[in-house]
Design a protein around this ligand. Sequence first.
Ligand code: AHM
Ligand code: MG
Length: 341
Amino acid sequence: MNSSRGITIERHFIDQQELHPEASGELTRLLHQLAFAAKMITKEVRSAGLSDILGEAGHMNVQGEVVQKLDEISNDVIYRSMDHAGVLCCMASEERDEMIAIPKEFRCGKYTLAFDPLDGSSNIDANVNVGTIFSIHKRVTPEGTPGQVEDLLQPGRKQVVAGYIVYGSSTMMVYTTGHGVNGFTLDPTIGEFLLSHPNMKIPPRGKYFSVNMGNRHFWSEGVRRYVDHLTTPNKELGTPYSLRYIGSMIADVHRTLLYGGIFMYPMDYKDPQNPKSKLRLLYEAAPMSMVVEQAGGLSTNGRMSILDVQPKGLHDRVPLFVGSKEEITDLNHFIEKYNVI
Ligand code: AHM
Ligand code: MG
């Protein structure tokens, strides 16, 4: 932690904006609103353990109000922080099937926001880390008109900002504008995010791998052999690796970013005629991959960088492999050799 210099996230946004004299300040406003939403969601997550006392989701609480699920609450917090800010032309959320339009009474801006309001929310009751993931693109349709789905359906490579907020033992916001990665920790006593992890870099190799081993039988041969390689003792290669899997992608990737190694959610061949991926491209895989790549790591779907995958629908799913440069390079050799993802 290095928050002693007291650089707040707001000051950091402004410093970044000053590097781009042509900037209109819209992106700064957008990030500011996201940081605000993060504080609001922190408040909700921190009191989640009290739901038994205050009322279960879907039931009446002691005040006679219907208790909402935390992922719905987070979705609403982000939507309400953003809809009137005049910087977005449309949004997409894991919690909504269709594109989210900006209400007519508010100005339509030049950016789009895709977000997962509360990744890993099935872990909430066990007091496990959850998080918000966000991805921002510049629209492709004319400014001043309502946003369209095509504004959102852009590859990760074109993200202008990507990042996440992890609600753990502390709340941390990590983001990139394509010029490195910075991490900010929320100081709850003053309600400010302070720069705690400047210029984050992922180690070129780590000693942890992160994957749902219960699915091993459903992976392709390349992935299975790679994981066998990671778990077979070999002093020279530094194996076996240690397994770490929380089942909350945001926390698993955050740890991977800090300590190095690899996070995987491979394609599932349970039904070989209909292989399935789980994680969503637009608001899970692409933003996390941009952060990791900006920190010096790599990402792949088994064929190309996640950042080059062209989305066809808002909720497209992809196999995701993300982490240290050397692990992803090794994995690619296994995938090439066995010629399947
Ligand atoms: P969610 O967005 O519904 O929370 O689902 C995504 C989560 C990821 O956070 C995590 O990596 C994955 O699902 C865990 O899946 P599994 O239980 O199949 O390992
Ligand atoms: Mg999710």
